[in-house]
Design a protein around this ligand. Structure first.
Ligand code: CA
Length: 221
């Protein structure tokens, strides 16, 4: 799951990015409001972690501009302890959740998973498509009740497919969900991961739509 982190404090940002990566997120990090605006115009993020006090453009302004553009991506705002007004203004401006600094990285990760899940229309923690179940918190995949051991990128790819079950995704769309900025992407990385998913789960788990992309069928059995 790819998230955008917007935080100007170098130490805190570094810690959050490392923590999110450890939890299996692809986490891109920008340090001011203008860079956040640019990133959100182009990028395909499952959620945004947004500090309020930012240089060049405040977090609230970034949020207002994002919602004005009609983007529904879930946003979790970070606020200082004594700024209840910021939290109210943030929620009113379209934030979906907030955390007060300092916070626990495990809690941040859990809240991001919950936000992404709800925005994809899933109320329960695990994603289920037919006989396939993926639990993002436990980082566990089961096919017909049997556990499947997946590498981190394979897990992320499967999660992206399951969140869009029945929809064809192009290789570019999948790469975008799988790799952060500056991460090395082999030209056939998606193909290789799809190959491994078919081998480790079932040949039918991902179908190739020639010349277009890939799809995880909704009626997987
Ligand atoms: Ca700040």
């Amino acid at each position: 799951m790819r998230v955008l982190l917007v935080e100007d404090d170098a130490l805190l940002g570094d810690g959050i990015q490392a923590g999110l990566r450890q939890q299996g997120f692809v986490a891109d990090w920008v340090r001011d409001g203008v860079a956040a605006d640019l990133a959100l115009e182009g990028g395909d993020f499952a959620a945004v972690v947004l500090d309020i006090g930012l240089p060049r453009r405040s977090g609230l302004e970034v949020l207002a501009r994002l919602r004005a553009r009609g983007k529904a991506v879930p946003v979790l705002i970070l606020t200082a302890r004594d700024t209840v007004d910021d939290r109210i203004a943030g929620l009113d401006a379209g934030a979906d959740d907030y955390l007060v600094k300092p916070f626990d990285l495990g809690e941040l990760a859990a809240r991001l998973r919950a936000l992404a899940r709800r925005s994809a229309g899933n109320a329960s923690a695990a994603l289920t498509v037919g006989a396939l179940v993926l639990d993002p918190a436990a980082r566990e995949v089961r096919w017909r009740g049997e556990p499947c051991a997946l590498a981190p990128k394979e897990f992320a790819l499967l999660e992206a497919f399951m969140l869009s079950a029945g929809r064809v995704l192009t290789r570019e769309q999948l790469e975008e969900k799988l790799y952060g900025w500056g991460e090395e992407t082999g030209s056939n990385a998606v193909e290789v991961h799809v190959h491994h998913l078919r081998k480790k789960i079932a040949p039918s788990v991902v179908q190739t739509i020639r010349g277009v992309g890939y799809v995880l069928p909704r009626d997987l059995a």
